[in-house]
Design a protein. Structure first.
Length: 380
């Protein structure tokens, strides 16, 4: 198997799902070393020694949510003393207190009848007007589904309204694992895998790029992971609208789901494997694989840059979701630390925007072969 996989990786030939699954199941140190080395080689071919990061802020406009996802400690009931709904002034104060000009705001919230779609759109459009230079990376497919239901509209109408209010791209969150067997167990109220893909493709067709995520390290099997990766790759081959793939390691400590998972596996090693296999499976389809200092720690995130990752995520003001679930790695890191730490391991730090504009003029095998990103309705 190794000879075939190495040949394919060196010649940019797609791995089959069986080959990627086989890689994900390797345990021996010698195999892992070979896997990480191969993923690093493919990453260097696509991205050189450049490691990017973004100066961004999370705005979770409310933490009130009526869903019961078993991995989530972020959500609060409306009667909780910690429940909040942010006003324009609240968000403005946060943005104005940021260290230098922010490039991106990730704008998401819980799902609750306390917060109506028209109110969220009003908040977003006021922010858009006040901060025209900031990119608003907004709404998960789950929020779009919820607001489509609340307003009795189609996904197309709902995403169009969000775009008109100021949304520049869609968050590829709420994907969890795109396999309905897993979804029924960990987030049974959420949209199906098909609906997640449909909403992401709707955004792409409206000219809004998105990210794609996977939440791993709980009850999923390697087959579930492969089903997920295949769905993401299929979407990308259809629309070309995914800017990056973000493997999110599940933080079990304070969650209901955390009580039933196998704690004996080496979770950091699993995260490295997920990054490496994603890099090899997505090959030329998704150029950017993100690692997370918030979930893995700085030291491990830096190590993962030798396993296929090329993006260090963001400076992240107000990172609530990981912290509420028991993550201990802080909520903000200044740009200077990104620059110095990335340089310390011999890589080249580059501050990016949401859509990786710095890559646009780079001529690589990926750019030459990547599928065209074609909005169907001429949207920007
Ligand atoms: S993950 Fe999102 S939808 Fe699920 S409970 Fe938490 S806030 Fe609500």
């Amino acid at each position: 198997m190794w000879d075939t996989i190495e040949y394919k990786a060196k010649h940019s030939i797609d791995l089959t799902e069986e080959e990627a699954k086989w890689l994900l199941e390797r345990q021996e140190p010698a195999d892992l070393k070979r896997l990480y080395g191969l993923a690093d080689e493919v990453n260097e071919r696509l991205n050189g020694r450049v490691v990017s990061f973004i100066h961004n802020m999370n705005v979770n406009y409310t933490n009130i949510c009526e869903y019961h996802c078993t991995f989530c400690e972020f959500k609060k009931s409306p009667t909780s003393k910690d429940a909040y709904i942010l006003t324009f002034e609240d968000v403005k104060q946060r943005i104005d207190s940021a260290d230098g000009e922010l490039s991106e705001i990730t704008f998401q919230g819980g799902l609750s009848s306390e917060v109506k779609f028209h109110e969220v759109l009003e908040l977003l459009s006021k922010l858009r007007e006040a901060y025209p230079q900031i990119h608003f990376h907004a709404f998960s497919p789950e929020e779009i589904d919820y607001y489509a239901w609340e307003t009795n509209q189609s996904y197309l109408e709902t995403v169009t309204q969000a775009k008109e209010a100021g949304m520049n791209s869609m968050c590829g969150t709420a994907a969890e694992v795109l396999d309905d067997e897993v979804r029924k167990k960990i987030c049974w109220e959420k949209i199906s895998s098909d609906e997640w893909c449909e909403i992401i493709k709707t955004a792409h067709h409206l000219g809004l790029p998105s990210t794609a995520t996977i939440l791993f390290g709980h009850i999923e099997t390697s087959q579930h992971v492969m089903n997920h990766l295949k769905r993401v790759r299929d979407v990308q081959r259809e629309t070309g609208g995914i800017t990056e793939f973000i493997p999110l390691l599940f933080m079990p400590d304070k969650t209901k789901l955390g009580r039933v998972i196998d704690r004996s596996i080496d979770r950091v090693e699993y995260a490295f494997k997920m990054i490496a296999v994603s890099r090899l499976y997505f090959m030329n389809d998704i150029r950017n694989i993100q690692t997370s200092w918030v979930k893995l720690s700085w030291e491990n995130a830096l190590r993962s840059l030798s396993c296929g990752a090329n993006d260090m995520s963001g400076t992240l003001y107000h990172e609530n979701i990981t912290r509420e679930a028991g993550g201990e790695n802080g909520e903000y890191t200044p740009r200077e630390k990104f620059t110095s730490e990335i340089a310390r391991i011999g890589k080249i730090p580059v501050e990016r925007d949401t859509v990786y504009s710095y890559q646009k003029n780079q001529s690589t095998s990926l750019r030459e072969s990547q599928h065209q990103f074609l909005p169907l309705d001429g949207g920007g």
